[in-house]
Design a protein around this ligand. Structure first.
Ligand code: CA
Length: 253
């Protein structure tokens, strides 16, 4: 037997660390207590600059980010955090306007919640983004479809020699389609796997993101080289260029 006495590690696992960025104490403090009761660790930031610094120093598992902060616009904070971290970001917004939602997602947020929100709803969203973060172990790290190459580990993608500048959701969509290139991936599958497993409702967000992805792939919806729409069903990432039947058949004769 070794003489080294193992350190007692029987303490319960510390829960995931949530950084709550919210300047209104009347919201932030009860919310932080509710998170702690639900088994999370919670830290508070009341300004955008604090949020950026704490994300860097404390490496939270999730950031809950209020849009309306005293120093910086929440969207700026989101972009700055995203520039240096892949941490899931859930936006807290007072406005249900679609523009804010889409912009939030375009900036790299993973989800959003409209105020006033129920704490249980936010906790469900946190659990969902954490679960999504753990998915994806059973697939090859490199995916190649036509001249697209995707490194799922590094979260980078290339078309030919040029690297694609994709948002988080665009990248996730591309990966999901590439994993089953040649098969239709239904709208419902994309919504539930790329957005939320409890997704229920409109798939407008999906069309918006597919549109952005197509633009970055230089892929016209009417004559697609990559992403073909199967109307009313979903989308296919085509394994070959249309008209290219793969290995050339030698002409008869
Ligand atoms: Ca606020």
């Amino acid at each position: 037997m070794s003489s080294a006495i193992p350190i007692d590690r029987s303490e319960p696992d510390p829960g995931p660390l949530v950084l709550l960025v919210e300047d209104e104490r009347s919201i932030a403090e009860p919310f932080a207590s509710a998170l702690r009761r639900a088994g999370f660790r919670a830290e508070l930031a009341a300004t955008g600059e604090d949020a950026i610094a704490l994300t860097r120093d404390r490496q939270p598992d999730v950031v809950l980010l209020d849009l309306g902060l005293p120093d910086l616009d929440g969207r700026v904070v989101c972009r700055r955090i995203r520039a240096e971290s892949e941490v899931p970001i859930i936006m807290l917004t007072a406005s249900g306007a679609l523009a804010d939602r889409v912009l939030g997602l375009e900036l790299g947020a993973d989800d959003y919640v409209v105020k006033p929100f129920a704490v249980q709803e936010v906790i469900a969203r946190i659990t969902a983004v954490l679960r999504r973060g753990r998915l994806g172990g059973d697939y090859p790290r490199q995916l190649v479809v036509q001249d697209l190459r995707i490194d799922t580990g590094a979260r980078r993608a290339w078309r030919g020699e040029s690297e694609l500048d994709l948002t988080r959701k665009e990248f996730d969509l591309l990966v999901r389609l590439a994993r089953e290139a040649g098969s239709v991936v239904t709208r419902e599958t994309l919504m539930s796997e790329v957005w939320d497993e409890n997704w229920f409702g409109s798939t407008k967000t999906l069309d918006v993101h597919i549109g952005w992805l197509r633009r970055k792939l230089d892929d016209p919806a009417e004559q697609p080289v990559y992403i073909r729409t199967v109307r009313g069903v979903g989308f296919v990432l085509q394994p070959q260029q249309p008209g290219d039947s793969g290995p050339r058949q030698s002409p008869a004769r």
